[in-house]
Design a protein around this ligand. Structure first.
Ligand code: FES
Length: 167
């Protein structure tokens, strides 16, 4: 079990939806931007669930069948987390400067996997993102759906080890 000292002290707001909206606004909600927007959504969330696909479709005025078709056609997209748990490491500039590359390396070493990979037992997927919209609390990671700020390598290892040790 993680000690209190290993837990993040402050939970940043989850700005991922705002960032997804901002990306769609930048593209003026053009249906042609669908693939780019799906890339952004996957970078933010680690995968594309059905609610996310529906949301993007509604915003870009693209029929759900087409959004689903595009998301399933390209194997760069994944519709569910590959592992039971997902750890997203932000490699955006603010987080990178504050050491997320070191945290990522520690996670890769500890769990014998590379970013984008999943442990052989399917427990943990390790994903990177460009910016999660919480730069003020860098370095930022997401443990499943929980965004954590000012994460250290020790915190990240404690959280992921905890997942790996669960029966
Ligand atoms: S760079 Fe990591 S949250 Fe913005």
């Amino acid at each position: 079990m993680a000690t209190a000292a290993a837990l993040p002290t402050k939970a940043p707001a989850d700005n991922r939806l705002k960032m997804l909206d901002a990306a769609m606004t930048r593209h003026r909600h053009q249906p042609d931007a669908l693939i780019e927007i799906l890339h952004t959504a996957q970078e933010l969330y680690g995968y594309l669930d059905l609610d996310c696909l529906k949301y993007v479709g509604r915003c870009l005025k693209v029929p759900p069948s087409r959004v689903y078709g595009v998301a399933t056609f390209y194997n760069v997209f994944t519709l569910k987390p590959r592992g039971e748990h997902t750890c997203v490491v932000c490699l955006g500039t603010a987080c990178y400067v504050k050491g997320t590359a070191t945290i990522l390396s520690a996670l890769e070493r500890e769990h014998h996997l590379e970013v984008g990979g999943t442990t052989p037992d399917g427990t943990l997927s390790l994903v990177s993102a460009r910016c999660l919209g919480a730069c003020g609390l860098a370095p930022v990671l997401v443990f499943d759906q929980e965004i954590a700020g000012r994460v250290t390598a020790e915190t990240a290892l404690a959280r992921t080890r905890n997942w790996m040790e669960q029966p």
